[in-house]
Design a protein around this ligand. Structure first.
Ligand code: ASP
Ligand code: MG
Length: 383
């Protein structure tokens, strides 16, 4: 069996014409002789509007019920796509995450996949059907419906590809691949042909939305290559794999968390505040300690850390420079010069592993990321 797992993002399923377009591309793949599993997201904006509706009824809805509600978005997509496939003579069945054996822990709205038991998928493929699966969802060890965190359909696709031993896993979306920076912010950004799992995960952690970090880490652990491409063309412009073939540059790409908050915590509260963030599940992106103070940067506005003084919260943006050599001193030094030459300040900075991460004031972020791209990833920078 040559199994191909394709995931279609929310914008590619908006409106009947697009659903029919996806159906005809899936049917063509089936005719080429592949066994096809299609993972779908909720149609664009659906998940957000479901959550908004819940919040009108209760500011802090019960997480179990939120999960029940949010999974409805993917149910709509999966059944409509299966209906469209059957209508053009391509036999298809749709399933929820729970039906295809995606078993998770009990952390509602941000569950981790523990195991995948895809018996029904295998049975239906053997019977000649295309299998359409609602992404972003599973069933917990306590038998409740769970969701995998926002963007979690990517994780469903990778987990199914691993469990089925698929030949290919493709994430098809509204962009044609992964870029050296978000092209909306940096017009000179280029598409990357091949990128290491480790770099892609780091870019996703620091704001790149094209793939979910969890999905990339899952793929890395299981040796799954992911193709990323446009849902309209149905081909992958970027491949995410363990070891990209060409000798890579020190820097692969840049990512941006536009809205982050930096807190400089005095000695007496720092342990307490960091613990509170952890307990609240706040997206802490940097913790930098010195003898006298600790800097903490969280994504968005701090939730949890009640012991932090509101006055200490400084709005910043985080820019991550990512790549096999991105933590080297030469890159760090170049980055500092770029920021200072623009007359901006480095509010905080950490180099380690495969990244150098810099916090700058929010109004400087666009200029800084553009200048960093020119300096570190411009056409004439050394390969
Ligand atoms: N529908 C979910 C979300 O909006 C999951 C996904 O799109 O991957 O986050
Ligand atoms: Mg996504």
């Amino acid at each position: 069996m040559s199994i191909v797992v394709q995931k279609y993002g929310g914008s590619s399923l908006e409106g009947h014409a697009r659903i029919e377009g996806v159906a005809s591309r899936v049917a063509a793949l089936r005719r080429e002789g592949h066994d096809v599993v299609v993972v779908v997201s909720a149609r664009g904006g659906t998940t957000d509007s479901l959550v908004e509706e819940a919040r009108l009824l209760a500011p802090e809805p019960k997480q179990r019920e939120l999960d029940m509600l949010m999974t409805a978005g993917e149910r709509i997509s999966m059944s409509l796509l299966a209906i469209a496939l059957n209508a053009i003579g391509c036999p298809a069945v749709s399933f929820t995450g729970s039906q295809v054996g995606i078993i998770t822990d009990t952390r509602h709205t941000d569950a981790r996949i523990l195991e995948v038991r895809p018996f029904r998928v295998v049975e239906e493929l053997e019977a000649g059907n295309v299998v359409v699966v609602g992404g972003f969802q599973g069933v917990s060890t306590a038998k409740d419906v769970t969701t995998l965190g926002r963007g979690g359909s990517d994780t469903t696709a990778v987990a199914l590809a691993a469990a089925l031993g698929a030949e290919r896993c493709e994430i098809l979306t509204d962009v044609d691949g992964v870029y050296t920076a978000d092209p909306r912010a940096v017009p000179s950004a280029r598409r990357i042909d091949a990128i290491a799992h480790a770099d892609m995960a780091e870019l996703a952690r620091y704001g790149a939305t094209v793939l979910k970090e969890d999905a990339v880490r899952f793929a890395e652990r299981n040796g799954i290559a992911i193709g990323v491409g446009s849902s309209e063309r149905g081909t992958a412009g970027t491949i995410v794999l363990e070891d990209p073939p060409h000798a890579p540059r020190p820097v692969t790409g840049l990512a941006l968390v536009a809205e982050a908050s930096l807190m400089e915590l005095p000695e007496n509260v720092r342990a307490q505040v960091v613990r509170e963030f952890e307990e609240a599940g706040a997206p802490v992106r940097l913790v930098v300690g010195t003898r006298s103070a600790t800097l903490v940067v969280v994504e968005g506005h701090p939730r949890g850390g009640a012991s932090a003084d509101e006055a200490e919260v400084r709005p910043v943006s985080l820019i991550a420079i990512v790549g096999p050599g991105a933590a080297e001193a030469a890159v760090a030094a170049a980055a500092i010069s770029v920021v200072e030459d623009l007359g901006c300040a480095v509010e905080a900075m950490v180099s380690s592993g495969r990244s150098t991460v810099i916090a700058v004031s929010r109004d400087a972020a666009d200029r800084v990321i553009g200048a960093l791209h020119d300096a570190l990833l411009g056409e004439d920078t050394a390969r």
